[in-house]
Design a protein around this ligand. Structure first.
Ligand code: SF4
Length: 326
């Protein structure tokens, strides 16, 4: 590991000043430190933000929740307001990593984690070293993207939490030396295009301080389901966060493991508004959403898997709404 300086920030302004000039913020370190050990990340300085007063979940004036950036994944999943009003988020967090990692990992770190594409550790990778190529397109890509990818990069985003937060219209809050800002999670991860190394829309040096969940998006009838290659401690092959609100006539669907960013299934949502809550509608909506899929030779199975997952989870939610025991 390359030598680096370490500084523990005492407050947000202190962290912003300390990070000016290209340092990296250190939260739980569960991804960053691994990448440093493998030489993928080599920051000259780490600014430890874990002890800033940014942890905890509190009520928002609109009936939603404000989740502090350094809240641990464990505390987020266990929070009564999250479990009751945004249960798919709690389920998503519990579906990710081990209990030990969830105790260390933070909300901001989870959103900012890097891809687990196996080629990312090599020197030939557009995401790691721009302009070097993407060996995954012609190589091993069975767990890579089927939607919205380009020949520059076909990697997926690894976060389960971000998928559920996207379904609930989360907004990321941040601070910079020039002031505070907000970015809807739907715009937080830019399309991969030909700049896969640009992974978020955050301004340089920005420190994520919180994520807000709008009160209007709360849905006790929501569900996160994840398909993975082994029973635990694996990233999603395909995952879904979905919510059905029959009274308000709203449907929310977000997918994981299918694109370079968490994928909001807007086409499927639009088709389902006002449609009968039946398997036929769910199949038609899933097919419409996935008609844009462009699988590579090794990952066409994900199209079928995503389709079946959408139908299964929406059927489960509809049955629950109708009082059918599944
Ligand atoms: Fe790198 Fe992306 Fe290609 Fe993987 S898919 S090798 S991360 S450019």
């Amino acid at each position: 590991m390359k030598e680096f300086a370490y500084q523990r920030a005492v407050d947000v302004p202190d962290a912003l000043i300390a990070a000016d000039g290209g340092a990296r913020y250190l939260g739980g370190g569960t991804n960053l430190v691994d990448l440093m050990k493998h030489g993928v990340e080599a920051p000259a300085r780490l600014v430890d933000v874990r002890h800033l007063p940014l942890a905890g979940v509190r009520e928002a004036p609109d009936g939603g929740l404000i989740i502090g950036a350094t809240t641990t994944n464990s505390d987020l999943a266990a929070h009564p307001g999250v479990r009751r009003r945004y249960p798919a988020l709690s389920q998503a967090v519990l579906a990710g990593a081990s209990g030990q990692l969830r105790n260390m990992a933070t909300v901001a770190g989870n959103l900012l984690q890097r891809t687990r594409c196996a080629y990312f550790a090599s020197q030939v990778c557009n995401k790691r070293v721009p302009g070097t190529g993407c060996p995954a397109v012609a190589g091993e890509h069975h767990n890579h993207a089927i939607l919205d990818w380009t020949r520059s990069c076909v990697a997926t985003h690894p976060s389960d939490m971000a998928v559920a937060m996207l379904a609930f219209d989360a907004v990321v809050r941040y601070e910079t030396l020039d002031g505070a800002g907000e970015i809807p999670l739907a715009e937080f991860y830019p399309p991969v295009g030909d700049t896969p190394h640009r992974e978020t829309a955050l301004p340089p040096g920005a420190l994520v301080t919180a994520v807000t969940l709008p009160g209007a998006a709360a849905s006790p009838r929501s569900r996160y389901r994840k398909v993975r290659e082994r029973a635990s401690y694996a990233f999603a092959t395909v995952s879904i966060a979905a919510a059905l609100d029959l009274d308000g006539g709203s449907v929310r669907i977000a997918l994981g493991g299918v694109a370079s960013r968490p994928w909001r299934a807007r086409t499927a949502e639009a088709l389902l508004l006002g449609a009968p809550l039946a398997a036929e509608s769910f199949r038609a909506a899933a097919d419409a959403e996935l008609s844009a899929a462009e699988p590579l030779p090794g990952n066409g199975y994900k199209v079928t898997l995503a389709r079946n997952l959408i139908v299964a989870v929406l059927t489960e939610l509809a049955d629950r709404a109708k009082g059918v025991h599944t």
